[in-house]
Design a protein around this ligand. Structure first.
Ligand SMILES: Cc1cc2nc3c(=O)[nH]c(=O)nc-3n(C[C@H](O)[C@H](O)[C@H](O)COP(=O)(O)OP(=O)(O)OC[C@H]3O[C@@H](n4cnc5c(N)ncnc54)[C@H](O)[C@@H]3O)c2cc1C
Ligand code: FES
Length: 277
C-alpha cells in the first residue's frame, strides 16, 4: 500500500438518516483525521459484498471522521442498516484530492490553482457530489484571514427541495449558497450548471476563480463547455467512478484523458477539467 495509506478497523460512532436515502456516518480514526486531504476517499469493506465501496471524506472534527452517503444498491443498503458499535473495515485515505494552494514546483504541479486567498472559490455540487465539498469548504475557510479577499460560494444542485444537502453546513462556514432544483421547488429551475453559467456571466471574462466540482460526469462535460470563455478560471472535478481494487492495480476505474488513460483511484479522483475535455 502507498505512503500514508492504512487498513484500519474502527467502530461506528453514529449513523444518522438526514434525508430520505441519505445517511451521515461517523467513526474515530486519528490516522485518517490527521492525514486526509479534501477529495481523498476511503474504501470500505461492507459485510459479504465482494468489492470494497469508495466514499469521500465528508468532514473531519478532531479525531472523528464523517462520510455522507446515498443508498444506491446492495452495499449502501447494508451500510445504512449498520449501527453504533459495528466494526468498519477501511482502507485509506486514498487518491489525489483537491489542490487548494498554488504548488511551489510549478513544472510538476498537476494544477495551478489561483491563490485561493484572493479569488472566488466556487464549489459546484450535483446531488450527493456535495459529500467531499464540505471538508474542502472547511479547509478553505481555515485559510481565510482578515486580510484575504477570497469569496466563497457554493452551488447546490438537487432533484427537488427535499433533497438539498448540506445547505446549513455551508452557511455555518459563511459561504454564499445558491440552489438549483430540477423541478424548481427551490432556487433556479434547472441544472446546477445553468446556475454556474448565470453566476459566471455576472463576473468579467478575466475573472480569476477556482471551481471545485463533484457530481456526475455529464455535469463536468457541461461545465467544460462553459469554461472555454473563461481562460483564467481553474476547475478541478472529482469523479465518482466505479471501482475495483481502489489501489491502482486492477485498471477497473480508468478514464480517458488527453494524455491517455488514467486511473481514477490513483491519479484521481480529482482531475483538472482541462486534462479531460
Ligand atoms: C472516489 C469516489 C468517492 C465517492 N464518494 C461517495 C460519497 O461520499 N457518498 C456516496 O453516497 N457515494 C459516493 N461514491 C459513490 C459510491 O461509491 C457508490 O454509490 C457505491 O459504491 C454504490 O454501492 P452499492 O453497493 O450501494 O451499489 P451497487 O449495487 O454497486 O450499484 C447500485 C446502482 O448504483 C449505480 N452505481 C454504483 N456505483 C456507482 C458509481 N460509482 N457511479 C455511478 N453509479 C453507480 C449502479 O449503476 C447501480 O445501478 C463515490 C465514488 C467514488 C469513486
Ligand atoms: S480501482 Fe483498481 S486500478 Fe482503480
Amino acid at each position: 500500500m502507498g505512503k500514508g495509506i492504512k487498513k484500519i478497523e474502527t467502530k461506528i460512532k453514529e449513523v444518522k438518516k438526514i434525508k430520505s436515502e441519505t445517511f451521515l456516518m461517523s467513526f474515530v480514526s486519528r490516522h485518517i483525521a490527521k492525514t486526509a486531504q479534501p477529495g481523498n476517499f476511503l474504501h470500505l469493506k461492507i459485510n459479504s459484498v465482494i468489492l470494497r465501496r469508495p466514499f469521500s471524506i465528508h468532514r473531519v472534527a478532531q479525531n472523528k471522521v464523517y462520510i455522507l452517503f446515498k443508498v444506491k444498491g446492495r452495499g449502501t443498503n447494508i451500510l445504512a442498516k449498520s449501527r453504533k458499535g459495528d466494526v468498519l473495515d477501511i482502507i485509506g485515505p486514498l487518491g489525489e484530492g483537491f489542490q487548494i494552494s498554488p504548488q511551489k514546483n510549478e513544472t510538476t504541479a498537476k494544477f495551478k490553482p489561483q491563490n485561493p486567498k484572493s479569488v472566488h472559490n466556487i464549489l459546484v455540487a450535483g446531488g450527493i457530489g456535495v459529500a467531499p465539498l464540505v471538508y474542502l469548504g472547511e479547509k478553505l475557510k481555515q485559510m481565510q484571514t482578515a486580510r484575504t479577499r477570497m469569496e466563497n460560494l457554493v452551488l447546490l444542485g438537487a432533484k427537488n427541495k427535499k433533497e438539498i444537502l448540506c445547505e446549513n453546513d455551508f452557511e455555518k462556514l459563511q459561504f454564499k449558497v445558491k440552489i438549483a432544483t430540477d423541478d424548481g421547488s427551490r432556487g433556479l429551475k434547472g441544472s446546477v450548471v445553468t446556475l454556474l453559467e448565470k453566476k459566471l456571466k455576472t463576473y468579467n471574462l478575466q475573472l480569476k476563480a477556482n471551481i471545485y466540482a463533484c457530481g456526475p460526469k455529464e455535469m463536468f462535460s457541461e461545465i467544460s463547455k462553459i469554461l472555454k470563455k473563461y481562460p483564467k478560471v481553474n476547475c478541478q472535478v472529482s469523479f465518482e467512478q466505479f471501482m475495483g481494487c481502489g489501489l491502482g492495480i486492477c485498471c477497473g476505474c480508468v478514464i480517458k484523458t488527453k494524455k491517455g488513460y488514467k486511473k481514477v483511484c490513483k491519479d484521481g479522483p480529482v482531475f483538472n477539467i482541462k486534462e479531460i475535455w
